[in-house]
Design a protein around this ligand. Structure first.
Ligand code: ZN
Ligand code: ZN
Length: 137
């Protein structure tokens, strides 16, 4: 198991499975599903139930440590460390591959809201289609 690079967050109680999950996130190059995390923990020599992973993810999201993105009408959710970066993804409808978007089409978008006092904190964007591999099939 790799050492954590950033240290343990103060507002979360430290347990072995939580440590394992965080370590997986720190070494991830892309957003991960709960299943990905589960199998990566096992590859690293740990062992954790999928249901435990879900509970840990819920906690991490609640504490702002991890960002959850739901794609394809919430059929699938992926998670990544909250590095305070703003990113969007496109998902392949066939193989569920996730492709990082290089821009944000909403950057200059000012929503017209009925509620004048509504404070916008962020947005979610769903982009889907077929990746290169699947579109040439
Ligand atoms: Zn694909
Ligand atoms: Zn955006």
């Amino acid at each position: 198991m790799k050492e954590l690079q950033t240290g343990w967050p103060q507002n979360i109680k430290k347990t072995k499975p939580r440590e394992w999950v965080l370590s997986v996130f720190e070494n991830a190059q892309k957003p991960l599903s709960a299943m990905d995390i589960c199998s990566q923990v096992e590859k690293n020599g740990g062992s954790v139930w999928l249901s435990t992973v879900y509970r840990i993810l819920e906690l991490f999201v609640e504490k702002g440590l991890v960002i959850k993105t739901t794609v394809m009408n919430s059929d699938m959710a992926v998670y990544e460390l909250n590095r305070y970066q703003h990113k969007h993804y496109a998902v392949c409808m066939s193989c569920h591959k996730i492709v990082t978007m290089k821009n944000c089409p909403m950057e200059k978008f000012v929503p017209k809201l009925e509620d004048d006092d509504f404070h916008v904190m962020g947005h979610n964007l769903e982009v889907y289609g077929y990746c290169r591999k699947c579109s040439t099939k």
